[in-house]
Design a protein around this ligand. Structure first.
Ligand code: GSH
Length: 214
């Protein structure tokens, strides 16, 4: 096995892919790519990933990007059991639903808040964006009212991906006191392999956002 992850600690998607690798206990070489310093635009990286985003996985010559695709690939190829990314059609569909929720709601709305502050000079969080994100958290809280983890009794790729997303905005100081099921889940996620490493990166993300807030 020869796995390399082009990774930036600050990046939520990148941390999501790494959390999956850590959950699966895979030996993985980390190749730092600091997108704040534009390492991702160097010719050597563009040859690997013309879309120049992290995370990017290299598995013995096979290249893959998109954090959730990476997590699913690693689970399918190297998972020792079928729990983390089930093979059963309906169980997998349920995990995928949660995974797509993270990709297309949670992460998108989180970025809508943080990207303008990180990259475009915004100094405050607009109320409509705040309300919209809290609405999304409300859905997540409902999901977690009926299951221990996001898609059942055990952690799946949906949990590692979503935790990477949520930990970033929690590090900005987001208030989740009105979402008891999310609070419980966040605590649980703290015991996932690699959670500490994730949280250190999320803290860097939070600091980067907070320093631009008025
Ligand atoms: N949907 C992608 C998002 C990847 C992404 O946006 N990565 C950012 C860091 S958070 C990046 O590499 N930005 C630099 C760029 O795209 O040029 C995933 O989940 O992997």
């Amino acid at each position: 096995m020869s796995l390399k992850l082009y990774h930036f600690t600050v990046s939520g998607p990148s941390r999501g892919a790494l959390l999956a690798a850590r959950y699966l206990q895979l030996p993985i070489e980390i190749q730092p790519v600091n997108t704040f310093k534009k390492d991702n635009l160097k010719e050597s990286f563009l040859k690997i990933n013309p879309q120049h985003c992290v995370p990017t996985l290299e598995d013995n010559g096979f290249i893959l990007w998109e954090s959730r695709a990476i997590a699913c690939y690693l689970a399918d190829k190297y998972g020792k059991d079928e729990q983390f990314y089930p093979k059963d059609l309906q169980k997998r569909a349920f995990v995928n639903q949660r995974l797509y929720f993270d990709a297309t709601f949670l992460n998108v709305k989180m970025r809508a808040i943080c990207a303008p502050i990180l990259f475009s000079g915004a100094t405050e969080i607009q109320k409509p964006l705040k309300d919209d994100f809290n609405t999304t958290l409300g859905f997540l809280d409902i999901f977690l009212s009926s299951t221990k983890w996001l898609a059942g009794d055990n952690p799946t790729v949906a949990d590692t991906a979503s935790y990477a997303t949520l930990s970033s905005i929690l590090a900005v100081g987001w208030d989740i006191s009105s979402f008891p099921n999310i609070q419980r889940w966040v605590k649980q996620c703290g015991s996932l392999p690699g959670a500490e490493e994730n949280d250190a990166g999320a803290k860097e993300y939070g600091e980067a956002v907070k320093k631009n807030l008025r």
